[in-house]
Ligand binder design. Sequence first.
Ligand code: MLT
Length: 261
Amino acid sequence: MSVQTFIYKNTNISYTDEGKGVALVFLHGFLENKNLWKEVVPDFTSKHRVICVDLMGHGVSECLGYVHSMEDQADMVFALIHHLKLRKITLIGHSMGGYVALAFAELYPDVVKRLMLVNASSRADSDERKQNRNRAIEVVKKNATAFVSMAIQNLFSEEFAQHNQSKISAFKKEALQTPIQGILAAIEGMRDRIDREVLLHFSPYPVMILGGKNDLIVPLETLREECENNETQLVEMETGHISPLENPQKVSETLKKFLHQ
Ligand code: MLT
């Protein structure tokens, strides 16, 4: 796997680029990085060009500012796609990566072939959620390590946590590498993101949402409501919030079906 760097507005962006064929672009979520997809990517590289990006302020990509809006991240992804000379892409976004994918789809609809949201809602934060984000900002400023450790406890289904402590520890170790500026910029960006539910009703490209029955961050109930009365397909998994880590096989299988429809 070759890791490459793209310079966007004087900011180093790290990504991987493998395989040949119709392009798939994978975007990770909050406190994650492009490795999130490492068990999914090999299922696609024989037929697709697969790009995994470290969003700004995450992984080894640098921060661009003190707030990274979903649109800022989408603009960066568009610049990368332009740099790679890709004309149409299937975008797969996990959680915050899904919010970025939605912003991208709104800003650059002509580039989108398909959109897959994994554990991600198209709705904006409720007022209560926004207040929780403000509280989170204060905790991060005081003790980012404590914040990350706490945040990670809520991410996995009990079933997965019982048998996969080593995977969770590895995930936590990587999450702890996220720079404080990146964490704060992402929390503010997520808090201020706009509602994009309308895209599920009027998108010219197929949309699929993958939800986890044990997801405490993006509840399946909300996703069910969002997928009512529109063409969006909802696939329900027995996972918590990090479906690509809990069940990469099922994520791959579902994405393959989606690509063949
Ligand atoms: C994520 O996993 O990307 C975030 O936790 C999503 C969120 O907080 O809304």
